[in-house]
Design a protein around this ligand. Structure first.
Ligand SMILES: Cc1cc2nc3c(=O)[nH]c(=O)nc-3n(C[C@H](O)[C@H](O)[C@H](O)COP(=O)(O)OP(=O)(O)OC[C@H]3O[C@@H](n4cnc5c(N)ncnc54)[C@H](O)[C@@H]3O)c2cc1C
Length: 404
């Protein structure tokens, strides 16, 4: 995020209701048919929705006004992100979807002048898409210091060879930000890898397949690709930041990214919660008695409301602290929200499905889409177990523990 994000706080309530209206009137009526796919069919309509968002000055809420955005701070954007999360197409329409938003933030902070002009600008304008390639099938992604992808210096070029998977949105992306080992001899294993911008029309890049996930092949924005780099030559100017800085940059990228994901998940929770309550009061069991009369259903509604409310307070509090102190200072909080909100998300979607009965697992509602697409929330950007362990170790340190 730009330090010059300066949207006036007193105008925020009006702005938030503009986003609410847009989502309610323009996105909720169409999103179920969009996610039934193919997603490619939606692209012309996506462009016209983006034009509407531009004309209403709502496009790219996370970007500064100089970059064509709304100029929201991290905390302000978090509130918008929850609203957009209520529709699975919300973030795409406003060009603030992962992984593009993370790549925008990264290039804004660490990109060179040329990288900004050539890649960041069209990305911000929604003219191109991007992806982020770190995880490899051969190594545990939970501990990404182990990477086989290498970038070897050859004159004015890096030669990249490697195999990645789960590269979200690689299908149709203009460029990838690739984590590759450039300094294998570095003393610290955290200083061996670098981030390199690879245009995906570079000879030697291959998209092997869009990995089918939970019965869906995935395509375009919704793809998670297996990809390969073989003798892929890119100019040394495509290095982002300094050599060996890859992990430091990855941490910078992931901090705000986890706030964005958590607030999007809270948006999903609110919509699933609404569907659950609607169904509970309208589905009749017998003699005019609705499902809502049952205490188990009431428990689910109460527990869901408490979980959603706690999640929102925790995430906004973390965002506030991150805005003041930077990502490093709030590592415990980031780990806390990552596993806590992912758990609330899973539970709320699951309860909403259960209340819908058989209907809940059909594709006649959005619940099954979210059940498939959001299961990954407990895995990507650090599995639950890694965050819980990191949090506990950090707490135990103050008790004199040196658990590693
Ligand atoms: C939907 C989705 C999108 C993704 N998008 C991207 C992307 O765009 N770019 C990219 O580079 N990667 C992406 N990933 C990959 C993601 O970052 C990795 O899946 C994640 O880091 C976990 O790595 P892994 O899958 O190799 O699991 P592994 O590292 O093999 O871990 C397997 C399991 O082991 C357990 N475990 C691991 N470490 C510990 C520990 N310390 N203590 C206790 N238990 C532990 C956890 O239960 C974990 O789920 C995506 C993944 C998903 C699911």
């Amino acid at each position: 995020m730009h330090s010059s994000q300066n949207f006036p706080q007193e105008a925020l309530p009006t702005l938030l209701s503009s986003y609410h209206d847009f989502v309610k009137k323009r996105l909720l009526p169409i999103d179920l048919s969009v996610v039934r796919g193919p997603f490619g069919n939606f692209l012309p309509q996506l462009e016209s929705l983006r034009n509407e968002a531009r004309s209403e000055r709502l496009f790219a809420p996370h970007l500064s006004t100089e970059d064509g955005g709304v100029g929201l701070s991290l905390v302000q954007f978090a509130q918008v992100s929850e609203i957009l999360g209520q529709s699975p197409i919300g973030h795409y329409v406003f060009n603030c979807q992962a992984p593009d938003i993370g790549n925008m933030e990264l290039l804004q902070s660490f990109g060179s002048v040329v990288q900004k002009e050539t890649w960041l600008k069209p990305l911000q304008e929604g003219k191109i898409r991007s992806c982020f390639a770190m995880t490899e099938p051969e190594h545990a992604g939970s501990n990404p210091v182990h990477l086989s992808t290498v970038a070897v210096r050859e004159g004015d070029y890096f030669r990249i060879d490697g195999h990645k998977w789960f590269t979200t949105a690689a299908d149709g992306a203009a460029f990838a930000i690739v984590m590759a080992v450039t300094n294998p001899e570095a003393d610290s294993r955290y200083h061996r890898a670098s981030m390199i911008l690879v245009p995906l029309d570079t000879p030697g890049f291959e998209l092997i397949r869009n990995i089918p996930i939970m019965g869906e092949a995935g395509e375009n924005y919704l793809s998670h690709a297996e990809i390969k780099f073989e003798n892929c030559l890119v100019p040394v100017e495509n290095l982002i930041g300094a050599e060996g800085q890859g992990f430091a940059l990855a941490q910078e990228r992931l901090g705000p990214g986890r706030i964005h994901h958590c607030m999007r998940w809270i948006g999903i929770c609110e919509r699933a919660f609404d569907m659950m309550c609607q169904r509970a009061v309208t589905r009749q069991l017998d003699q005019g008695k609705p499902l809502a009369d049952k205490q188990t259903i009431q428990n689910w509604i109460a527990e869901s409301r408490a979980g959603i409310k706690a999640s929102r307070l925790m995430v906004l509090d973390t965002a506030e602290k991150m805005q003041q102190l930077g990502a490093r200072a709030v590592r415990e909080d980031i780990s806390t929200i990552k596993f806590f909100v992912a758990d609330v998300l899973m539970k709320v979607i699951d309860r909403a499905i259960q209340v819908h009965g058989a209907l809940g697992i059909t594709d006649d509602t959005l619940l099954s889409f979210w059940y498939r697409h959001e299961r990954g929330a407990r895995i990507y950007d650090g599995p639950d177990e890694v965050h819980k362990s990191a949090l506990a170790r950090s707490i135990l340190k103050s008790y004199g523990s040196d658990t590693r």
